[in-house]
Structures are given as C-alpha cells and as structure tokens.
Design a protein around this ligand. Sequence first.
Ligand code: NAD
Ligand code: MN
Length: 367
Amino acid sequence: VRTLTLGLIPADGIGREVIPAAQQVLNALPSSYQLAFQFKHCEAGFEHFQQHGTALPQQTIDVLRQECDGALFGAVSSPSHKVAGYSSPIVALRKHLDLYANVRPVISTTTGAGEAAMGEKAVDMLIIRENTECLYIKKERQFTDSDGQVKAIAERLITQGASERAGRMAFRMALARQAVREKQPVDQRRWTGPPKVTIVHKSNVLSITDGLWRESIRHVYENTPEFRDQIALEEQLVDSMVYRMFREPEVFDVVVAPNLYGDILSDGAAALVGSLGLVPSANVGDNFVMGEPVHGSAPDIAGQHKANPIAAIRSAALLLENIGLSQPASAIYQAVDTTLRKGFRTPDLGGTATTEEVTEAVCKHLQ
Ligand code: NAD
Ligand code: MN
C-alpha cells in the first residue's frame, strides 16, 4: 500500500463544503488500488486574513513543501475592492510552489444514449493556462496626471521561459491525450484527428508581449521533432477564440493561453458543459501538483448544501492523474459520470440533490 500525504486547503465559502466531499471520495477508493491517504489540514483564505491578519500563513507553505505529495485547494473569497494588507493566497501559492501551468479539462458528460446530457455539444478540450505571470503579477499603480486625470496602470509580464514551459506542457499533454485515445474504441473518441494545440493570443494588438508568447511556443514546437511531427499547431486570436469556442467547441483539442485569457476562457468553457460546478483543474509544476476546482467560493450558495462537489472531486482525480496514478483517477471519473447519469444533480444542473447526496452517490459508485 502506498500512502499519499495530501494537503487540504478548503479556504472560504463553498471551498469548505466541496473539499471535504473530495476527501470523502478519496477515502472511498477501493482497497484494490493499494492507496492510503494522510491528510494535512491547512489554513488560508480571506476569512483567515480577517481573523489573523494573513491570508496565507507560512506554516501552510511549509507543510505543503515539506510534508505533502500534493494538495487540494478549495476557493478563496477575494474582495473586489482593495483591502490593505490582503492579497490572494491562491495566486501566491501557485508562485511559491512554482505551479506554472493550470490544466483545465472541459469535457461534456454524455448520457447512455450518446447525446450530451449537459450542454449541447460534445466538448473534450484541455485548456492550459499559464499560471505565474501576465497581469497576475499585480503590478498596478494609480496616480493623478499633470492634467488632473486619475490614471491606473497595470504591468503585464510575459517571459520567454514561462511561455516555453507552458507550451511544452501543452504539447506533452496533447501527446498524452492521444495515447489515451488510442486505447479507446474509435466510435467513442470525441477527437479523431491528430493531436492539436491551439495557441491563444492577441498579437495583432499586443505584438510585443503576446508576440513573445506566441513566438516562444512556436519555437518549442519547431525545435522539438517529437512535437512537430505528431501535433498540428494552430493559433487563434483571443476574441475570435471565444466566438469559435461557443459555436464549435468540438474543434478544439488542447488550448494554451496566457494567464488572464486562460482564466476567462475556462469559465466560459464551463458553461458549454453545464456548470462551473463540474470543471476541475490542476496547478502543475515540475515537483508538485495542486488540484483546485475552476469555480470560486460562490458566496451566493455557501452554507446551503447546494454546492456541486463534482468540480472538486474531479480535481482530486486530476491530482492523482498528474502524479501518475491514472487508474484510481479514472475510477473516480467513471463514478462521477455514473452519478450524473443516474440523475444525482445539484441545483446548478437543474436537480434537487444536496452536496452530501451527490458525494455519497459518487462514493457508492466507486465500489
Ligand atoms: P464563483 O465561481 O464563485 O461563482 C459564479 C457562479 O457560479 C455563482 O452563481 C455560483 O453560485 C456558481 N457556482 C460556482 N461554483 C459552483 C458549484 N460548485 N456548485 C454550484 N454552483 C456554483 O465566481 P464569483 O461569484 O465571480 O466569485 C465569488 C468569489 O470567489 C469572489 O470573491 C472571487 O474572488 C472568488 N474566486 C476565487 C477563485 C479561486 O479561489 N481560485 C476563483 C474564482 C473566483
Ligand atoms: Mn477563474
């Protein structure tokens, strides 16, 4: 039996409901997978900031770094106005642990009959969001100009190195997805062409920053025969990317985008498959993986047993998958699909099931 030590950081709002749900599902994995879990409960979040003056205690960083094989993060309630001394713990954690790519699979769930149960189209795309730079370096300033105008400026950082490693991750994952597809019957494959990577940018306007992003990824592609020979590469300007993604999401395989575009595109893509409450992510670095649902803390439904736990449960599976444990991961994905097909759905999917009922159904279908 292999024991995995996982940090759990529920943070705020529904993070405190969906992370325990994911934990419950991990604990319900049948013993045949030879996995045991030790969980380390870690503090972070806006509420923690209000009570203790810090959103990300050093102890949380130390425990994750020194004691954990991976982690699961819930969501944080970052306010929309500036609060002195506060900054988002998730953005900081991604930096501290050098989790440079956020991997977001967006997949529609089909019913037994083959039609899409949630959302209209057969979507099976993987969005790779660069996770360390772009506008998220938060170098903003405000000042009053000599003409009396109040101005605000944000710096946007793009580096060749970060762009190249995000691109390399996208190409590697495109090949990995292809390897998985090859084991599936042809009629069950949603993507039947060669592996494809779409670079998202806005180089027609931001020719220096997005230009560097685009050229760095193209450089990796052109100089790596393994990628060049097996993967089709295309580009899409971010605005028309949104248009195409809503009209024909089935044409996308792997999509790689700078931090902010990737954030926005993946929330949008979640609408295509039925709910933000379904879409998982993993923050991936070379030495650590942290699963995290794409959604936020959903204060509008927190504490009401309405939160859909599936995004967090799938994030736990994605975490396992990214540390090389693909069998227990696919068992969880399948248990989730069965649960949805059998009609256990929270209100965001038009159902009446509670967070707890959906979680218990997933655990039951794992057995
Ligand atoms: P949100 O994702 O929290 O909610 C958007 C909508 O989706 C809401 O109507 C919500 O009820 C619904 N929703 C989200 N997750 C759901 C789930 N699991 N089940 C059912 N319904 C779900 O986004 P928001 O409202 O824009 O932001 C709320 C707070 O979350 C803000 O403070 C924001 O800063 C924070 N946030 C945090 C993260 C993160 O921690 N990574 C990401 C996004 C937003
Ligand atoms: Mn987001």
